[in-house]
Design a protein around this ligand. Structure first.
Ligand code: IMP
Ligand code: MG
Length: 197
């Protein structure tokens, strides 16, 4: 599933919708490419968890669109919970991590699927995973929509990755800049001018 099987988005020639053109430089991953890839990920996850009940734990807020699309393709008995984690960093760098919502479901002895939007430096997941491990689940598998391996500073990897992307700041399909752009149906590269001012 990792490395070779993880697609890099092909250079997209899809134009940025006119409403977003002042802020978004280019479409990195189209909604159709996302939809296709999410279905493939769901099939692989389904196979790996076959016959088990899964606790899906999603990190707020960036996962909302990805999570909704992923779980509707998972024909597995599952329960859903959320962990709120916010990084008090300025701009595009992740800073101090603050937990804004704690887990409510009991995961002891359970199979956990941890879902996040993007694996960047790895600081978030390297804090969250040990916190979950301490609750003694049977196993934890990590699923992220996007992976930026060139930015990694912590030793953490995901088991299921939607797309491997280069070191560009992206927004849309749940991902934000200063809480904006989460509603774009595609993943786009934000114009640097939007965060350099
Ligand atoms: P990490 O802790 O550096 O791995 O980053 C994880 C979090 O940083 C993600 O869950 C996002 O909220 C945010 N992040 C990292 N890269 C991007 C990006 O390109 N666009 C939007 N958010 C990002
Ligand atoms: Mg975020």
């Amino acid at each position: 599933m990792r490395s070779s099987a993880t697609p890099k988005p092909p250079r997209s020639h899809t134009p940025v919708p006119s409403d977003w053109r002042p802020e978004v430089e280019r479409v990195l991953i189209t909604d159709a490419q996302i939809a296709r890839r999410v279905r493939t990920l769901a099939r692989v996850i389904e196979r790996d968890f076959r016959g088990r009940e899964v606790v899906v734990i999603s990190l707020l807020n960036g996962t909302v669109l990805f999570l909704a699309d992923l779980i509707r393709h998972l024909s597995l008995p599952l329960r859903l919970d959320f962990i709120g984690v916010s990084s008090y960093g300025a701009g595009t760098e992740s800073g101090e991590l603050v937990f804004t919502k704690e887990l409510r479901l009991d995961v002891r002895g359970r199979d956990v699927l941890l879902v996040d939007d993007i694996l960047d430096t790895g600081k978030t997941l390297s804090r969250v995973i040990p916190k979950l491990r301490a609750l003694n689940p049977r196993r934890i598998k990590v699923c992220v929509l996007l992976d930026k391996p060139s930015r990694r500073v912590e030793k953490v990897a995901a088991d299921y990755v939607g797309f491997e992307i280069p070191d560009v700041f992206v927004v849309g399909y749940g991902l934000d800049y200063a809480e904006k752009y989460r509603n774009l149906p595609f993943v786009g590269v934000l114009k640097p001018a939007m965060y350099q001012t």
